[in-house]
Design a protein around this ligand. Sequence first.
Ligand code: FE
Length: 200
Amino acid sequence: MDFVLKPLPYAYDALEPHISAQTIETHYEKHHRGYVEKLEKMLAGEPLAGRSLEHLIREASGPVYDNAAQIWNHDLYWRSLCPAKDRSEKPKHGLLSVRIDGAFGSSEALSWRLAAAAEHLFGSGYVWLFWRPSVERLEVAGLPDADNPLRSGDVPLLCIDIWEHAYYLDRRNRRDQYTDAVIRNLLDWDAAEQRLRAAL
Ligand code: FE
């Protein structure tokens, strides 16, 4: 059973000035932890409690799906970001950069696509960069609520949480400022490259 709150891979203040320590602490300790506790409570004594989060995302529905997906999504979100000092500013030349150029034209064009997906997503959700094995291509999509590309057989490489709790303390209603700051300064391209390699 992996309904555990995985450790945050950096300190609360590691993503400043782009995301404040207060936002990270509240997001992780209240929201992410809350999904873990809700799912544990919901599945106590149930056969599904022994299944993986991935299984629940693919097979469950309603609140079990929502909470399982939210745990998985946050685990990936924390690992989609990294402190600016540790990060490659752009995808290094390699498998990911070749696939980005093939699908979008350039890493700059991918940044615009990610920002546009965030802008056009009505309400809460995530922006995803994922590998679609059926067409052997990278894709970008904004998906509502907890929805996750695993459900359609795709392989998530990066996600950006654009629920209000991800930015409201820092940016109030300016979702665009938050998504721009994340896309320009925090996305962990090396981690996305590793996930793509594992998927191929
Ligand atoms: Fe969140």
